[in-house]
Design a binder for this molecule. Structure first.
Ligand code: FES
Ligand SMILES: [Fe+2]
Length: 384
């Protein structure tokens, strides 16, 4: 939990902006060549550098809450299994049998003590070790110790399982997160209840992701959904290396802006924190009983993505009222993203190649977009 004094500081900053009709700003506007959104060669290069070489927040710890559980998924074309072994340790592997490459389990979550390959029944344990080979005596002379599932670098921290998709690379999660680790720890992600997960097809990576980084569009595009609750074009912006914390103001800022601070009650009621983990994970809506984690994964071409939404509750909803509230939250964020953000995103996708714009301009009031695209360029080793 974040200390009240820190939340109060954030509420104070938000109220100040509310009173002045201001927002945190970048020093200048920023132009980004539209080829950053469309060029397939650049896309392939950036996906390789940003999504395959850096650690990703690939799974929630609560997706594999129990010992001997797993989640299997495909991430930017790479089949991955994340497991929790009998001792509680998390691991990640490429989901490919070391005999002739069949996936050793179907995508999805579950509990298992071992994976038996559906092709010729080689069996692996949750640590990836090859523990039996059907007809092993007839197979010939191979060393099972060298034929475990190919392990990916993996670390568990702040309720997230971090994985690098390139075998053999290493990463230091503390160095990667720096002070952002504290920010993520305040969310207590390991102790939420996972209500639902779903995958949504979206427009291209950057078109989709840009929408997670500003509140400038809230009162227009989301007038009927999340915009009902947030103040448009008001945002606090703090950065932690490539990662970012964004704070939106709630409509109730209007009320407390008139009151002395000692009458603000719980300051967390008046702001909404979004933690944006580079390059593709957004944790939002953490207040009270619900939380949304969104992971946006680039698809095979620059105009496609898959977004995994995880809907979480403080505890398992049991009464009809709790279930209705959770469903309401789930449907609201589904509608806002699918029917609003991604609907306009698909339309933007069509204008990209029209030559209407040679470059996009990010305003001073869109500092998180500027920060994000700078860091993509930094890790990809290029800047348009
Ligand atoms: S491919 Fe898995 S046992 Fe043959
Ligand atoms: Fe949006």
């Amino acid at each position: 939990m974040r200390p009240m004094s820190e939340t109060m500081d954030l509420a104070r900053r938000a109220v100040e902006h509310y009173r002045n009709r201001t927002t945190d700003q970048a020093p200048s506007t920023y132009a980004l060549d539209v080829s950053a959104y469309t060029d397939p060669v650049r896309y392939a290069h950036e996906v390789e550098k940003v999504f395959k070489e850096l650690p990703l927040a690939l799974a929630l710890s609560i997706e594999v809450a129990e010992p001997n559980s797993y989640t299997a998924t495909e991430v930017v074309g790479t089949p991955v299994i994340v497991t929790r072994d009998a001792e509680g340790q998390a691991h990640a592997f490429l989901n490919a049998c070391r005999h002739r490459g069949a996936p050793v389990c179907a995508n999805g979550r579950g509990e298992a003590r071992q994976f038996s390959c559906p092709y010729h029944a080689w069996v692996y344990d949750m640590k990836g070790k090859l523990v039996s080979m059907y007809g092993g005596k007839t197979f010939g002379d191979v060393d099972p110790a060298t034929l475990g599932l190919k392990e990916l670098p993996c670390a568990e921290k702040a309720g997230l399982i971090w994985v690098c998709l390139t075998p053999g690379r290493t990463f230091d999660i503390d160095a990667w997160l720096g002070d952002f680790a504290y920010e993520l720890e305040t969310l207590d992600l390991a102790n939420w209840y996972l209500y639902e997960q779903r995958d949504i097809e979206g427009p291209g990576w950057k078109v989709a992701w840009d929408g997670y980084l500003e509140a400038y569009h809230h009162n227009t595009l989301h007038a009927e959904t999340v915009g009902k609750y947030t103040v448009g074009n008001l945002m606090l912006h703090d950065t932690y290396g490539p990662h970012q914390r964004i704070v939106f103001g709630r409509k109730s800022l209007k009320d407390i802006a008139e009151l002395p601070e000692d009458q603000w009650n719980d300051p967390s009621e008046h702001i909404r924190l979004i933690h944006s983990v580079f390059p593709n994970t957004s944790v939002s809506g953490v207040v009270g009983d619900h939380c949304l984690v969104s992971q946006v994964f680039p698809g095979p071409t620059p105009d496609t993505t898959l977004t995994r939404q995880s809907i979480m509750c403080a505890k398992k909803p049991e009464t009809n009222e709790e279930i209705a509230k959770t469903e309401g939250f789930s449907q609201l964020v589904l509608k806002a993203v699918k029917e609003e953000d991604y609907d306009i995103g698909f339309q933007i996708q069509k204008t990209l190649t029209s030559k209407a714009n040679e470059a996009f301009v990010f305003g001073r009031n869109e500092p998180a977009l500027q920060h994000y695209h700078d860091h993509v360029a930094k890790y990809a080793g290029a800047r348009s």
